[in-house]
Write a protein that binds this ligand. Sequence first.
Ligand SMILES: [Zn+2]
Length: 639
Amino acid sequence: MLSPSRLAWIKDSAVPARHETAMTDLPRPLSQPLPLPEPEDVAFAGTIRLHVDASDVLRRIFRVHEVIPVPGKGVYTLLLPKWLPGYHAPQAPIELLAGLAFEAAGEPLHWSRHPTEVHAFHVSVPDGATEIDARFQFLSPTSSAQGRVVVSPDLLNLEWNCVVLYPAGHFSRRIAVDAKLTLPEGWQLATALPFASQTGDTVQFETIQLDELVDSPVMAGRHYRRIELDDGGVTLNVFADAAHQLAATEEQIAPHRAVVTQADRLFGRRPFDRFEVLLALSDEIGSIGVEHHRSCEIASIGEYFTDWDNSFPRRDSFPHEYIHGWNGKHRRGADSWAPCFYQPIRNSLMWVYEGQTQYWDRVLCARSGLWTREQTLSALADIAATHDMQAGSRWRPVSDTTKDPIIAARAPLPWPSWQRSEDYYTEGALIWLDVDTRIRELTGEARSLDDFAHTFFGAELPVDGITRTYLFDDVVRTLRDIADEDWSAFFVERLHDTRSDAPLAGIKRGGYRLVYRAVPSEMWRAKEQLSGIRSFIYSLGLSVSSDGEVQEVRWESAAFDAAITAGTKLIGVNGLTFTPDALDRAIEEASSDKPIDLLVQAGKYQREVSIDWSEGHRYPVLEPIPGSVRRLDDILAPR
Ligand SMILES: [Zn+2]
């Protein structure tokens, strides 16, 4: 049950701090409101009963009724989860909670919001009450301008953190919840939550703890296909906008099965008893990939299977989120774990959590056959070029970017190559390639990063869905047992120093070098086609949509020198109306005595710019180094 909160925050927040005197009329700070109570590892007395009605898919509204036990009179604090592990940030959309009302024994109760912790609500409960009823709606976005769209007339993606209020003062693994969910008539659902019963379109789940509930999203829809990926309980649950989009062939399913097999060979042991891959193929809901203990949620493009030859750049989502079952969910950097959803998480080891996951997702794409070796090398070339041509590393070390989920929350940035954005993913992957090839070199090719993955993430631990944490020193110690090296100094230098050169040692030791060629890779072209954005980022220094709107300008590029910015509109190219092909041709034909003449518009201001550019097109490629040990080929080969 809830323990009564002190009312003092209400009084204190209005009282001037004690040091205020009449000596000056300059402002003095008020005292801060009382903080939320420290969570304790003690069980909440009673079970919360939660009912979410998700049947109003045309208005995209989830309606919530929750019954919360209380011990009697008092002021209680209830919260919407704020700090979400898979998002690495306080990303809960509190602004979409509305219609909040509490009552006890049929009488309405007064509530107020905490003055600074806006996810927390205080409710005054009268004498004699044993439980309170909470009712509210989660008004899911009706357009992408409001946030990620999660509901369409054909499918929905429910994250429980949007629809549950929970009591302050307890570890989230000590709060029991009885959840039930009502869906539109005839819809099917998939989730890692264990089913208790079903009545009509309402599913009752077994009683579970709050942390597991929040970690177990639901996907549901009208068009559904369940595909067993192996005999051990890994299932691909596909929901789609239309029935024909479910038509995956055996040939397409095979590499998804191989991801499961290759992950088993990499890690050795599964930290889950079963795993539900929740895959939405939709152009209606917003794309996402989030990891969980026994499931992952992925929203990809509608044509994932039906345009198989062109959709391949999107195939890395499944291995990425699946690998997180080991790296991120089973084991996590200690400061990325918090006992409840109102205590901040820090992300100092995100270069392991996301960086090594990104490394392995590329590797498993190749080992499973989701990508060919050439496609995987192209994906690595793209990462390498990002950091080869990135000015931001001169002022900002990659370790500082682990704070980006909190700083920027993936908002569009004006100068991402200078600001940097969550580079612990891609630069992290390059650092782990460096580690992998270094281990191979140090041990005469006897050991590799596979041994680290096997030892560190596949270690014998209970399969109980509970995260085990680690520290920097644990990473270093495990690596030292595999190959004798000063790994601590290795990481400190690469993570915490600024630098002006790219971290490409792993590519070189892998037997390849990064070069730029005039023709883009198949991967590059496919990404352009999927996004509708043509990228000339390593030549002229910009990317642009088909209607001429500049998406990004690389810091200190030729486009930067011409003061073109993201949001600028390209109107004319060499005297012709802008088209992406016209710009493509202009770059190809430009020379020292033939500049690229652009007519550009920013806001209402038009101007002509003339850009000297004589290097033609530049697209990144990994090229084998003649006579070298091709370690990268071995890394990418199936086990
Ligand atoms: Zn990830």
